[in-house]
Design a protein around this ligand. Structure first.
Ligand SMILES: Nc1ncnc2c1ncn2[C@@H]1O[C@H](COP(=O)(O)OP(=O)(O)OP(=O)(O)O)[C@@H](O)[C@H]1O
Length: 246
């Protein structure tokens, strides 16, 4: 299978400490992947490298038809070529409605002023409605985003990222702070999104990872410790020793 993202031999040190150590793995174009591992394993640093926030000391991160190396590209350019990142804390505009937040994202203009002076075209409105339906907020469009529950804010932010049609969506600990019902709905949104793009989820919640029904990559000390189905990696003795058994 051709790959969308290929990380090869990537290492990065902070003050002599190797946070990522000769990391290599790849992700396919319409694939859901969970990344798990103990605290300090390098999960966030991996996402920082892919999104251009951290420059590695060595290695390559090839993208698309593999002719582009993301290393050396700035964060804005990486976002433009189709990589979206969802941080743990939602960053929606609380004073704006759900509709306005989605419209800003569709217009790719994250400024609250843009929606005040902008007459949306039919296709933009249709896209906002489709996104609202995809994230399960069709009946909340007129509500101020600040009034939404924590889970609803997270879904709105996922919708705002999907508005940009990323080919790869990186999602950091989506289950944190959510009720069980919210987690289940989040799983549904991410699984639907992964039908047409790659979705990489970093998560500690094993029940959440199980519901994603995807290949799992276990990181430890900045390298891949194990990879495969959740059942496969959770039976791996090394994974039990460094992560699950603690
Ligand atoms: N900018 C930085 N400066 C110094 N050390 C850093 C920096 N960023 C990360 N580290 C260190 O690199 C290691 C990997 O951190 P990282 O945040 O990537 O781990 P993680 O797997 O995301 O952990 P967690 O599950 O706790 O979020 C840690 O030891 C961390 O302290």
């Amino acid at each position: 299978m051709s790959q969308l993202l290929e990380v090869s031999g990537v290492s990065v040190s902070f003050d002599g400490f190797k946070a990522i150590n000769n990391l290599s793995f790849s992700i396919g174009p319409a694939e859901m992947r969970a990344i798990i591992g103990p605290n300090g394993a390098g999960k966030t640093t991996f996402m920082d490298i892919v999104t251009g926030k951290t420059k590695p000391d060595e290695g390559s991160v090839l993208w698309g038809d593999m002719s582009k190396n993301l290393i050396g590209m700035n964060e804005a350019k990486i976002a433009r070529i189709g990589i979206g990142r969802k941080f743990q804390r939602p960053t929606v505009f609380e004073d704006q409605s759900v509709f306005e937040n989605l419209l800003m994202a569709v217009k790719n203009d994250r400024s609250p002023w843009s929606v005040l002076f902008f007459k949306p075209k039919f296709k933009d409105l249709a896209k906002v409605e489709a996104l609202a339906s995809e994230i399960g907020l069709s009946d909340q469009l007129e509500r101020k985003s600040g009034e939404l529950s924590h889970g609803q804010k997270q879904w709105l932010e996922i919708g705002m990222l999907l508005a940009q049609d990323p080919q790869l969506l990186l999602v950091d600990e989506p289950a944190a702070g959510m009720t069980l019902g919210e987690r289940e709905h989040t799983t549904d949104i991410l699984k639907e999104a992964a039908k047409t793009r790659a979705v990489v989820v970093v998560e500690h919640d094993m029940d959440f990872v199980r519901r994603l029904e995807c290949k799992v990559t276990v990181l430890h000390e900045g390298s891949v410790l194990a990879e495969g189905s959740l059942d496969h990696v959770t039976q791996n003795k090394d994974v039990i020793d460094v992560y699950l058994g603690r």
